[in-house]
Design a protein around this ligand. Structure first.
Ligand SMILES: NC(=O)c1ccc[n+]([C@@H]2O[C@H](COP(=O)([O-])OP(=O)(O)OC[C@H]3O[C@@H](n4cnc5c(N)ncnc54)[C@H](OP(=O)(O)O)[C@@H]3O)[C@@H](O)[C@H]2O)c1
Length: 264
């Protein structure tokens, strides 16, 4: 996949990994669509992207609101009839035990992380097919590969993305739709600050693990480089990624470690 001159839509572009990916793409001189809820933060990213030589359009959207997604797709098509890449970074995490978590909070996590992501993808897919193909990048997590304490619904929403997009990939190979699952371990962003607690309030604390994670800028470079190589699964992070292999090849060790691990 060559990004130069292409129209690339990035959700979660206001902050963290999505922001870093948008800025990394902007060096490739493309047309960027920047989305999330915080318009002011998106405008700041737009300025950086334009300075780096790309054109950029801010289209705010709320992934938890279907009407907002439909309106955003109309605006995106007015900006440019073709969409060559759609990269999902919009998402919210969780910091609460399953037993304490209000079901409304669990539904909200799924609305944003799963239903918002698939709804936008389903609306963009026919545009890509009509255009001869395209690339969709979907941000899961290492907890999309295994369960983890304090993240039950978040992990479930990320597991659901794997099932959905693996199916979508198989259905659309003939339409030249490339799908990449992005699997970050620990990246130093505001994800834990913005995570929901058992009652749906922002957790407002920086996890120790997050704080020691890879920088968003490094994650952004790794992601854009790997998307360019059309990798189907892209793992991003440090030694924490070992847990993916332990879960796969040494499941009994994984079950033991998962009861000992520090979740924050
Ligand atoms: N950081 C990590 O260690 C890590 C690890 C694994 C997976 N991930 C995944 O990476 C992605 C990016 O997270 P991050 O680490 O960069 O965290 P972040 O800094 O909190 O960024 C999250 C992004 O999602 C957007 N967002 C949240 N709720 C939204 C909604 N309802 N509608 C539209 N956009 C929404 C936020 O923008 P607004 O507030 O402007 O809407 C923000 O741009 C997420 O999917 C996360 O699950 C991160």
């Amino acid at each position: 996949m060559k990004f130069n001159g292409k129209t690339l839509w990035i959700t979660g572009a206001s902050s963290g990994i999505g922001r870093a990916v948008a800025i990394e793409f902007s060096y490739k001189k493309c047309h960027l669509i920047l989305s999330s809820r915080n318009k002011d933060a998106l405008e700041e990213v737009r300025g950086i992207c334009e300075h780096n030589g790309s054109s950029a359009e801010v289209i705010p959207l709320d992934l938890g609101n279907s009407e907002s997604i439909v309106a955003a797709v109309k605006k995106a098509q007015a900006f440019n009839k073709t969409i060559d890449g759609l990269y999902h970074f919009g998402g919210i995490s969780q910091r609460s035990y399953a037993i304490d978590t209000d079901i409304a909070v669990e539904r909200k996590i799924f609305e944003v992380n799963f239903f918002g992501t698939i709804e936008l993808s389903k609306m963009v897919l026919p545009i890509m097919i009509g255009n001869g193909g395209g690339q969709i990048g979907v941000t899961s997590s290492i907890v999309g590969k295994f369960g983890f304490p304090y993240r039950s619904s978040y992990a479930a929403s990320k597991h659901a993305l794997h099932g959905y997009f693996e199916s979508l990939r198989a259905e659309n190979v003939a339409h030249n739709i490339l799908i990449s699952m992005l699997i970050p371990g620990r990246v130093k962003t505001n994800i834990s600050m913005n995570a929901l607690d058992s009652q749906g309030k922002a957790y407002h604390k920086m996890d120790d693990g997050q704080n020691k994670g890879m920088s968003a800028e490094k994650a952004g470079r790794t992601i854009v480089n790997s998307l360019g190589k059309e990798r189907k699964e892209i793992l991003i992070g440090g030694s924490e990624l070992l847990m993916v292999q332990i879960r796969r090849f040494l499941p009994r060790l994984f079950y033991y470690l998962s009861t000992k691990v520090q979740p924050l």
